[in-house]
Design a protein around this ligand. Structure first.
Ligand code: SF4
Ligand code: SF4
Length: 85
């Protein structure tokens, strides 16, 4: 069974994410497609909606930091879980 979240890496998006204001930077740069559109922001009546993370792909993260470097509000954190033991 595939775990729903990464065992070695978690990609965390905070409420500072400006996806609902049109930002797509992480979606465009991630080489392993970890980010995904959560749906049409207009469909939720303007409610703030962060970008989605494909949890099953988190362990594919290459730690390249392309997403964190490009994230304007610094709404992303790459957590290396294996360093927390
Ligand atoms: S660090 Fe690189 S591989 Fe990992 S989520 Fe960000 S862009 Fe994708
Ligand atoms: S780059 Fe940052 S602000 Fe933009 S969609 Fe990704 S997490 Fe949100």
């Amino acid at each position: 069974m595939t775990p729903e979240r990464g065992i070695f890496v978690n990609v965390v998006v905070t409420e500072a994410c400006t996806y609902s204001q049109g930002c797509r930077a992480c979606l465009e740069v991630c080489p392993v497609d970890i980010f995904a559109a959560p749906g049409d922001p207009a469909a939720v009546g303007g409610e703030r909606l962060p970008i989605a993370v494909r949890g099953q792909l988190e362990d594919e993260c290459t730690l390249c930091n392309l997403c964190t470097d490009r994230c304007p509000p610094r709404a992303l954190e790459i957590r290396r879980l294996y360093l927390q033991v």
